[in-house]
Write a protein that binds this ligand. Structure first.
Ligand code: PLP
Length: 366
């Protein structure tokens, strides 16, 4: 038998989460953000589950090519535009829309002879306060006019730094004010909103929303409680099994560094999942896993991790699960254990864990 670890990607949950975006932003078109191989869920699953989206937004032109090769005829947005002048020809052939954020990119576009017969759509990125990518407000108009004069289809775009938090600077309101001022009188559709904006700032949606994390059923804030009312569903479920059980005597230690010491005689389950699978090594004692309890009702029990996560295994306290045995199914994250909770116990956010699912973990698309 193979090692029992498995990631299941639930395309039905993708469909549900996309419909939640539609309900929250009924006037907007949707760029489903599938960068980083669909946040670790893989593009094939995203294409299957999100096929009713208006477009896919991603970074790597290779992924745009993949979508075209697999039948996607809708729109594709390259979120960081072009990394070189040479990419422009392929981007044009693949009918990609481009985010344009730098002077260099404007120059490439101005000197480009487009023979494809397909005008390129530009999402011109304003730096409204995040100070990562985009034109400063005083340079934005010039860039807009230059590209418009060269025959490109223009859109406005910006990105918010703090839509998932209050009392952080710059606020959504401040960035929105900057956006309104910089784009005043320049008639074009807009794209403003990531997941946190769609969930919590619906005064700032724009014509094209750009949800990423919420499509995967994970919280933009890193706290699962924040999305409970939004009724999103986990798309990725990471499961494995108990492959061995240790009977500890009171006072015995578990694993590398002996971080956990048994407070009484107890059973420990050894689960086939470690940091080489993408499970965070920094998970603290108490990080929850779900365990098939082995009872008649088919219920599960939440058990805490005890001891340091190692490369291929982790260890759980089985005191709450007297019927657990070798072969019992364990969910590391998914619909029973939000990946947000695992992330929180590991000093990170769900985004990082789902993107870092290791290539060695087999994936099934359901
Ligand atoms: C990644 C990304 C998004 C999606 O952000 P989420 O927080 O995952 O919703 C939207 N816009 C841009 C420009 C991005 O890079």
């Amino acid at each position: 038998m193979n090692r029992p670890i498995l990631a299941t990607i639930h395309t039905e949950a993708f469909r549900h989460n996309l419909s939640r975006v539609r309900e929250l932003a009924p006037e907007s078109k949707i760029w489903s953000v599938v960068k980083a191989k669909a946040y670790g869920h893989n593009l094939e699953a995203a294409l299957k589950g999100l096929e009713s989206t208006d477009g896919f937004a991603l970074l790597d032109i290779v992924d745009a090519q993949w979508l075209r090769d697999h039948g996607w005829g809708g729109r594709i947005l390259l979120l960081e535009g072009l990394f070189s002048r040479e990419e422009l020809e392929l981007a044009s052939q693949l009918k990609c829309d481009l985010v344009i954020h730098s002077q260099k990119q404007v120059e490439w576009l101005e000197s480009y002879q487009n023979h494809s017969g397909h005008p390129i759509s530009i999402f011109l990125k304003l730096n409204s306060g995040m100070n990562r990518l985009g034109f400063q407000p005083d340079q934005y108009r010039t860039a807009f006019h230059r590209l418009h004069a060269s025959g490109y289809h223009m859109h406005h775009m910006t990105h918010f730094a703090n839509a998932d938090q209050v009392d952080r600077s710059p606020s959504v309101g401040l960035q929105l004010e900057c956006f309104d001022k910089a784009t005043e009188g320049l008639d074009a559709p807009s794209s403003l909103a990531n997941s946190a904006v769609i969930l919590w700032h619906r005064n700032a949606l724009g014509d094209w929303v750009r949800p990423g994390i919420m499509l995967y059923g994970v919280s933009p804030t890193g706290v699962h409680a924040d999305i409970v009312r939004s009724e999103l569903q986990a798309v990725m479920q990471l499961r494995s099994e108990i492959i061995d059980i240790q009977e500890l005597k009171k006072g015995y230690h578990v694993g590398y560094g002996g971080r956990y010491q048994a407070p009484e005689d107890m059973r420990i389950g050894v689960v086939a999942c470690g940091y080489a699978d993408g499970y965070p090594r920094h998970a603290e004692d108490g990080t929850p896993v779900w365990l098939d309890a082995g009872d008649e009702q088919g219920d599960g029990i939440i058990c805490p991790i005890v001891g340091q996560v190692s490369m291929d295994m982790l260890t759980v306290d089985l005191r709450a699960a007297p019927n657990a045995k070798i072969g019992s199914v364990v969910e590391l994250w998914g619909s029973e254990v939000p990946v947000d909770d695992v992330a929180q116990m590991s000093g990170t956010i769900g985004y990082e864990l789902i993107c870092a699912l290791a290539p060695r973990v087999p994936v099934v698309i359901k």
